[in-house]
Design a protein around this ligand. Structure first.
Ligand SMILES: [Zn+2]
Length: 222
């Protein structure tokens, strides 16, 4: 583990295991500081799985907006949404992250988020590799938490309850989120998990952890 940058007066940490630029996984949370379940789940999952970390090359960013986490803020200390800055190099620690992963091609990238409007779990699957995993991931989460019932989420229509599978059209994007950046340049499969941040923290952490575990097991088997 190393603190590879500073942001808002806090260290930003990166955890890497078995350095290899090909075929590992990228796990990231806390780019929105008011979405703590992802950070907690990622740290917990890593602590509980030293054996997997030894086997699988992992690059883990457990909290990309530490100032936001401390201050319960989606935005950083300069009121920036860091998840809309991947097209630029003006945020030093995002720029450092991009420089670090430049040689990497990941089999899997997971971006852990939460939604304060959320009424249950939902996820984004960026469309490329088949068979898709989204439907089965929803079923794995279902016993642990309600699945989001809204069919329109952030002005996008869910393809089925809880699942937003998207094809990326770069020309339609005004800003590049982390997941899209990874999908375009670095990752074969990219997911964003969204737990409802008004639900109990422990329940949200558990769901995130179970989904991380499922995706990692599928990656190990592939
Ligand atoms: Zn978010």
């Amino acid at each position: 583990m190393s603190d590879f940058a500073q942001a808002g007066g806090y260290a930003v940490f990166r955890i890497t295991s078995r350095q290899s630029p090909e075929g590992g996984v990228y796990l990231s949370a806390g780019i929105h500081g008011d979405e703590p379940a992802g950070t907690e789940a990622l740290v917990r999952w890593a602590e509980n799985n030293p054996g997997i970390l030894r086997k699988l090359p992992c690059v883990i960013f457990p909290c990309l907006n530490p100032w936001g986490l401390v201050n319960n803020s989606r935005l950083d200390e300069s009121a920036r949404d860091l998840n809309r800055t991947f097209q630029h190099d003006h945020v030093p620690h995002i720029q450092a992250l991009k420089a670090f992963i430049k040689p990497y091609r990941f089999t899997l990238a997971l971006n852990l988020h939460e939604d304060y409007d959320g009424q249950g779990l939902y996820l984004y699957e960026l469309e490329r590799r088949t068979p898709f995993w989204g439907e089965e991931l929803i079923e794995i989460a279902r016993p642990l938490m309600p699945i989001e019932g809204r069919t329109m989420i952030d002005n996008r229509r869910a393809s089925k309850a809880g699942l937003l599978r998207r094809k990326i059209d770069i020309n339609k994007l005004s800003a590049i989120p982390e997941a899209v950046f990874l999908h375009l340049l670095h990752a074969e499969r990219t997911f964003t998990f969204e737990t409802p941040s008004e639900f109990a923290l422990e329940e949200r952490v558990r769901v995130q952890e179970v989904l991380i575990e499922e995706c990692i097991q599928r990656t190990l088997k592939a």
